[in-house]
Design a binder for this molecule. Structure first.
Ligand code: PLP
Ligand code: COI
Length: 339
């Protein structure tokens, strides 16, 4: 293998040594087993291809100063995968199968876990897909659960430097199927047009409004949204956003450092009052927001006056990273240390 330039990785796919798979067939899940193949042999009438019977997750592993590998909040991802299974009638994936496959995939690819201090991490992508043939709109009877990993750098090339985001009123976050709160591929495909338009105009992401009234902030294309004012961390309460594990963690950390936390509908106009704002997620970590432009209404909300991340975002970012890397005590039991 050519040496990896850990500090200059982008957020992309790099081939690693193994991925791990478990099949659901005849009423049971097979023990997660490794393969070196990057391909899946799939029936042309598989439900994942036609009816989007597919869900995925995203989580990360980190190398500590002590050389040990730490996986962040794996159980939360396993539980969210179960709620995705319920949302699109897939066979429920047991938490133990999820966790065993994730740990195995990370351990088998240990040499791809970026070193402590590089700023990079190992992104873990679990995937659950309906495999068996249907032509009528019905769930599959067979499923494949697969976990692959890839070393990644920052999701936005700017890293922790604030970037502008755009409100595009002609687009909704959730797919027409109403699957907004689960993590399914269909939702992301439906967001590609808006995302592409925003990128073309120089924005890092779309900030979606609620689909019904176009009045309240929902979330960004690949991440949840938060704003800060008056010593308060404020994040949208909405039934059409992904329940972000990073956001859940940051709400806890915000409380820990003495901020108030509010989870409530946020009208767009409130953007004018935020001292700081950011996009939050596994891939995005905290990506501070520079400015929000409502393109159709020709309105602009400047969030960062000096172009830098604010003090609260910086404090939360440093605290989250320190826990993930093992530099600070894991007081909430969020981290699984691999032996
Ligand atoms: N919202 C969307 C649409 C996402 O794709 C993600 C990324 O997973 C998030 C929010 C953040 O969720 P999490 O913090 O669990 O990664
Ligand atoms: C994540 O943060 O894990 C995501 O899934 C965001 C994006 C890469 C889809």
């Amino acid at each position: 293998m050519n040496a990896i330039d850990w500090s200059n990785l982008s957020f992309g796919y790099m081939k690693t040594d193994y991925n791990v798979r478990s099949y659901y067939k005849d009423g049971k899940w097979s023990a997660p087993a490794e393969t070196t193949s990057e391909n899946i042999d799939i029936h042309m009438a598989a439900t994942c291809l036609h009816y989007g019977q597919e869900a995925f997750e995203g989580l990360k592993a980190f190398k500590g100063k002590d050389g040990k590998i730490r996986i962040f909040r794996m159980r939360e991802n396993a539980l969210r995968m179960i709620s995705s299974c319920h949302g699109i009638m897939m066979e429920e994936l047991p938490v133990e199968v999820f966790e065993e496959a994730v740990v195995k995939a990370v351990k088998l690819n240990e040499r791809f876990v970026p070193p402590h201090g590089s700023g990079a991490s190992l992104y873990i992508r679990p995937l659950l897909i309906g495999m068996s043939a249907q032509v009528g709109v019905k769930p599959a009877s067979e499923y494949l659960f697969l976990v692959f990993v890839t070393p990644v750098g920052p999701y936005f090339k700017e890293g922790f430097k604030p970037t502008p985001v755009a409100i595009l009123r002609g687009y909704d976050r959730a797919a027409p199927l109403g699957t907004g709160t689960i993590k399914v591929g269909g939702n992301y495909a439906a967001s590609l047009t808006a995302g592409n338009k925003a990128h073309g105009m120089g924005y890092s992401a779309v900030l979606y409004l609620d689909a019904r009234e176009k009045k309240y902030l929902d979330e960004c294309g690949p991440a949840n949204f938060f704003g800060v004012k008056n010593n308060t961390y404020i994040t949208p309460l909405s039934s059409s956003i992904l329940p972000s594990i990073t956001n859940k963690s940051l709400m806890q950390l915000a409380e820990d450092i003495g901020l108030k936390v509010e989870r409530r509908p946020i009208p767009e106009e409130e953007l004018a009052t935020f001292e700081e704002a950011g996009q939050v997620g596994t891939a995005a970590v905290i990506s501070p927001i520079l400015r929000v432009d409502d393109i159709d209404e020709n309105k602009s909300y400047i969030i960062s006056k000096d172009g830098n991340a604010g003090p609260v975002s910086s404090k939360l970012y440093n605290k989250l990273r320190a826990i993930q890397l093992g530099d600070e005590p894991d007081t909430h039991n969020w981290v699984t240390i691999l032996e």
